[in-house]
Design a protein around this ligand. Structure first.
Ligand code: BGC
Length: 753
């Protein structure tokens, strides 16, 4: 298909019409030119293809499909290969169902545990989110089906999501909110990107040229098309100009006509429209030329995959006295509605019509040593005295009580945010009462984002199963029984109280505006900085075995920021059970002139180890591992100095570390004037050279004749510290015979140096 040729034969009206959907899920056709429509469908945890009644809130049925673990769960796997395999499976289902683009992954940063859509998002950490989303995208696209990385950008709350402005400073955008998108765009080359509903710094994402064009295409080289979130377009002409190619679903022709008018009136260059059409047709053609509806889609086989993925994603948070895995023959009281009807996915546009759902009851219902009790209801706060008493009695008579707890659907969903992080009160009460009668109480959680655990000290074990997809029941059985050794790690911090969270004071914002005043201190970057106690830190997770680390080594002790650093560490399974460990590498800047997090995740690798097996894990760190975003340079910048490379068990716990010296090759631009202070000037050796002849005089005048020795009134250390805050014009008062003209000349020479 010669797309340029086709565009040259299209009328203005035909071109404009291609820039919005034909209906909820299809692009338009132009029959006379052989342009076929294609279908897009929601994901990102499976395929949500609607044949008949369409909607974007998960209200109407879609075809039967396999619901894989939601992103909150799959991210906890820290396993790139697993995400790739989920992608392949989703890609196959799309090919089978003739869907050209699966609308995901949704990779917005979890700024607060309250965001209603966190279950669909990956992490509070941009590196982890970017790495795993890129793997998923590669997996889907390996099947010649596109992804739509969403929601670009800064859609971190549901409250007023279609109108609120996320106000974020540049450094925070670059270090926290952009990098996951950047990673996916640069490394996985997504076919499409979906813009978000909200504004960013006052401009709607759909009209935001800075993000849709300058950064996305200009800086990162994105070559697909940008589509709107469903109904995100306001001023269609402004959006097209900003780089929004496809409006979804459609405006019943109104906006197409506005495009035509704008071109006719000379307000919109027709080449902008041509380019949008070219991008849409190019991506559609990528699919059409490889469309393979004959691709087999074995739902039962995918169900088994989903089971393995769910088990690989679970995070063991507590396991006192090794109560888990359960020993054969243990008498177990399984308590909770979720045992028979697990909560395995979240509500809204990602809602899959699961072809079958397996529960723990389906797995264990026939076992003579296991009893099942409801314990609570799923209405309101879930408290039911009769159910609670019955559960308590059964728990007291059992060896182990397993409580299947979690958030009911209404507690978290697309479309609104949570008001608190509590489980339903009835469940909290039930857990405390059961734990009081049975010390071997195990809590299994189904939730899309962190919950408070006021009973944590009383229970023996906690298994975070998140929203693990349609096969979660079998996966819970596999982990509880020890068939699978848990290896998930938390992709987010579990705070003690919502009041402890970094954006507690402004989450949701005022009116139509929310200012991200916590800056780069999101998630563990905040908790580690202020040393806030949490239930469980980012990266935390236990195993049925334990691992030891040795021999951390760096291939050099000093490097400049154009070089790479190779870091290796040996990890050993020191127990008797095979298992997987997530090796986490963080970098800590020892000293910095800007506020930086204590440490940041810069590498991770999941390794499977047989008992007593050792493997060497190797990481390569480049400039970005050490850099921060320098707003004066408008670029990444490494400030020369010492950095620690840390192998950690989680964001709070360093296991091994090594220091390296990194030299930044870019000098931060300096613009000196008479009010510049010495601590800033000292960062420029060239400028200091100009000042050198004057420093001696300055010192002795400041010291008032003191020799700076230890017994004099002012020590040289004190003098140095005071000098750091001295402005240049201080040279007139304390620096000898310098004149104003002389000072101006010095400033000039410093700026030229
Ligand atoms: C959601 C998107 C989704 C779209 C289509 C919107 O409401 O924000 O994530 O892809 O609907 O269903």
């Amino acid at each position: 298909m010669n797309i340029a040729d086709i565009i040259s034969h299209m009328t203005l009206e035909e071109k404009a019409s291609l820039c919005s959907g034909a209906d909820f899920w299809h692009t338009k056709a132009v029959e006379r030119l052989g342009i076929e429509p294609v279908m897009v469908s929601d994901g990102p945890h499976g395929l949500r293809k609607q044949d008949d009644k369409a909607d974007h809130l998960g209200v109407n049925e879609s075809i039967k499909a396999v619901c894989f673990p939601a992103a909150c769960a799959s991210t906890a796997s820290f396993d790139r290969d697993m995400l790739y395999k989920i992608g392949e499976a989703i890609g196959d289902s799309c090919q089978h169902e003739q869907v050209s683009v699966n609308l995901g992954p949704a990779i917005n940063i979890k700024r607060s545990p309250l965001c209603g859509r966190n279950f669909e998002y990956l992490s509070e950490d941009p590196y982890l989110a970017g790495e795993l989303a890129a793997s998923l995208a590669r997996g889907i696209q390996s099947r010649h089906v596109g992804v739509s990385v969403k929601h670009f950008l800064a859609n971190n709350q549901e409250h007023r999501r279609m109108s609120s402005s996320s106000n974020i400073d540049d450094r925070t955008l670059r270090e926290i909110y952009l990098p996951a998108f950047e990673n996916v765009v640069k490394t996985a080359r997504p076919w499409t990107v979906m813009c978000s509903y909200n504004k960013i710094n006052g401009t709607l994402a759909s009209e935001n040229k800075r993000f849709l064009t300058d950064i996305l295409r200009g800086e990162w080289g994105f070559d697909g098309y940008v589509m709107s979130d469903w109904g995100a377009v306001s001023d269609r002409v402004a959006a097209l100009r900003a780089g929004l190619d496809l409006e979804m679903p459609s405006s019943n022709g109104t906006n197409d006509a506005r495009i035509v008018e704008a071109v006719k009136r000379g307000e919109l260059d027709e080449s902008v429209l041509d380019e949008a059409v070219r991008r849409i047709l190019t991506v559609n053609e990528r699919y059409l030329s490889h469309a393979a509806p004959e691709t087999p889609w074995d739902l039962d086989a995918q169900h088994e995959q989903a089971r393995a993925f769910a088990a690989q994603s679970m995070v063991l948070l507590k396991n006192k006295h090794g109560v888990l895995p359960l020993k054969e023959g243990t008498r177990v009281a399984v308590i909770g509605r979720f045992a028979k009807k697990p909560r395995y996915q979240g509500g809204g546009s990602s809602h899959i019509n699961a072809h079958k759902v397996t529960s723990l009851f389906d797995e264990w219902g026939g076992k003579p040593n296991v009893t099942f009790l409801d314990g609570y209801t799923l209405e309101g706060e879930g408290r039911d005295v009769a159910l609670m008493l019955e559960a308590e009695k059964a728990a007291a008579a059992a060896d182990v009580a397993v409580i299947m707890a979690g958030l009911p659907d209404s507690f978290e969903s697309e479309g609104y945010d949570r008001a608190h992080i509590d489980l339903p009160k009835g469940q909290n009460e039930l857990i405390s009462r059961v734990a009081a009668v049975n010390p071997n109480t195990v809590v299994v959680l189904h939730n899309g984002s962190p919950v408070a655990m006021p009973w944590i000290g009383a229970v023996a074990a906690v298994l975070e199963a998140y929203l693990g997809g349609q096969a979660v029941g079998g996966a819970v059985a596999d982990v509880l029984s020890g068939k699978v050794n848990p290896s998930g790690r938390l992709p987010e911090t579990f705070p003690l109280r919502i009041e402890d969270t970094p954006c507690y004071l402004n989450f949701g914002g005022e009116g139509n505006s929310v200012t991200y005043t916590e800056g780069v201190f999101v998630g563990y970057r905040y908790y580690t900085k202020v040393r806030r106690e949490v239930y469980f830190p980012f990266g935390y997770g236990l195993s049925y075995t334990h691992f030891t680390y040795d021999n951390l080594r760096c291939d050099r002790q000093k490097l400049d920021d154009t070089q790479t650093l190779t870091v290796s560490v040996d990890v050993t399974n020191a127990g008797e059970t095979a298992g997987a460990e997530v090796v986490q590498l963080y970098v800590a800047d020892r000293e910095s002139s800007v506020f930086r997090p204590v440490r940041e995740l810069k590498g991770f690798e999941k390794v499977f180890l047989a008992p007593h097996e050792t493997k060497t894990v190797t990481f390569t760190l480049g400039k970005r591992a050490f850099a921060y975003w320098n707003t004066e340079l408008d670029d990444w910048y490494v400030e020369s100095g010492l950095f620690a490379v840390q192998i950690c068990a989680n964001a709070n716990q360093v296991i091994l570390e090594k220091e390296v010296e990194v030299v930044g090759t870019a000098e931060a631009p300096a613009h000196f004037d008479v009010n510049s202070v010495f601590m800033d000037i000292m960062r420029s050796p060239k400028a200091m050279k100009v000042l050198e002849p004057l420093i001696g005089d300055l010192y002795s005048t400041m010291a008032g004749g003191s020799d700076g020795s230890a017994d004099s009134a002012i020590s040289s250390d004190m003098l140095n510290a005071m000098l750091l805050n001295m402005p240049l014009h201080g040279l007139l008062s304390f620096g000898g015979k310098l004149t104003w003209d002389g000072l101006i000349d010095i400033v000039k020479r410093m700026n030229e140096a």
